[in-house]
Design a protein. Sequence first.
Lengths: 429, 162
Amino acid sequence: MSISLWVFLFVFIISFALRVPIAFGMVASSVLYFLLEGLDLSTIPEIMVFGFKDKFVLLAVPLFIFTARVMNSGGITERIFDFAGSLVGHLRGGLGHVNVVASIIFSGMTGSAIADASGLGLMEIKAMDDAGYKRSFSAAVTVASATIGPIIPPSIPMVIYAMLSGASVGALFLGGMVPGVLMGIGLMAAIFVISRKRGYERGKWPGPGGLATAFKRALLSLLTPVILLGGIYSGAFTPTEAAAVAALYALILISAVYRSFGISEAVSVVRDVVENTGFLGFIMAGAFVFGHVLAIERVPAALADLVLGFNSGKLVFLIVLNILFLVLGCLIDTMVLLLVVVPIVIPAAQAAGIDMVHLGVVLVMNMMIGLATPPFGMLLFTISGLTGTSLGEIISEIWPFLLVLMAVLLLCTYMPETVLWLPGVLGGS
Amino acid sequence: MKKSLARTADTLETLLGATAFVSMFLAIVLQVFYRYILGSPLVWPFEFSVYCYIYVIYIGSVMAARRQSHVSFDMLYLRLPGRLRLALGIFTNVFVALMFLATLPSSIGYIRMVGAVPSSSLDVPWGAVLAVYPVGMVLVSLILLSRAYSDLMDMTGPGGHQ
């Protein structure tokens, strides 16, 4: 390792600590490395522009963001919430369960935890407030349930992981289904126990008629994931094409059928998508250059050699990864972890003989749980900011849910079949 | 003056970004339509949509730089005393802008070298795509430098930050 590498890492860490945007820090430290090493700087624009040239799969990311924003602004969330209410609202702690089920359904359309928390999440918390639930409990349930978003397909982090690892997007999406459902079941069990202890009431069972009405109201919205996933698994569309078709469907649905989306909403949604694509894409561009520097210094290869040298097997390697990503996940943004740390880990994981689909799903689970982990988990801040609930109050309520999520994570890590069974059966890999 | 400049920038970014995003979206939809409805797949939408995506990224990153919405970590920074925070903010903004601008001559040289090469299916010169890099980096650098300047004025001007 050269001195320039140490300078590069030092500058990156200091800029990170001094609130320099992470993407800017990655590019600036890489430029400094190039200058110190006397490398040709024209490589940087080449990597930062043409790095995207063959990555058609990444185009799914802005389309997922677009679909999520359209759904959030067009009244679809309310229909999903009502449908989830008629399904599980009659259980003890009903609205807590509705929160989880609605998140699972909604995650089949958006692929983003923050979109889930900031759209559906607000509606869920308001409904729980009105029903007399403790605000901090509602906020904690919302934070925990939002982590399911990128585990159940579609998933923005999984699309990016597929680009990095070469794993099939279809297999990754299928691989996330069982873990996502297990997370949901685990959270509902925790809600049930807490609700019994606190005496939270059951909701009213709407009867088969009410359920049918709610289903009918939500049916067209529920078709979005069917189009998306059906398109991918039938082989009709690539993931990017499926994302575009699903986005078009959502757009037609809310503008022509539900009539709840006008020009002003469209402008605001597109502006939001451009801005989000900008900072996500710039992090990717920065990570391409950053990764290039690490590759020049053979950091990923050195790490792979180190793992092989320990000869400790998959289990120990996965334990180390779990701990590393849980700690980093609550400190560092998901995209940065995904684009900076994951490419370093992939060669080592391959050397240890870990399946790339299994690794991808486990890492995304780790990062999502990190988003809900105190003190820096991004979802905690999002919900705290949106609801005005103090961070401390949410943190005091989140622990039981975190324990459940970690138990599911451990299960999926050490029993790869939980992840790999469905892609194996449905031929997604 | 400052407000109207910000408004103009916002309108321009939204207009250009929206055009690039909608073009990308429509190209992909068109590709599916031609393949399944008309039965004659098109070749160009793949390349076109990727280029539009690259444009969205660079326009969006300028927009995000102006609105300060790029992802950053501020837990430690916010604990620093006000004046030190301001000084470090000025330093980091200038440093990042200088690093970005340092790549400018090479990026222009690179565009001169390969810019005329036509792309494989659209026959668009690569320079048209690569140009987003210098333009984007200059705009982001200007935003950072103007922020550093305004922080410096805050720090040194009458009634400056204590």
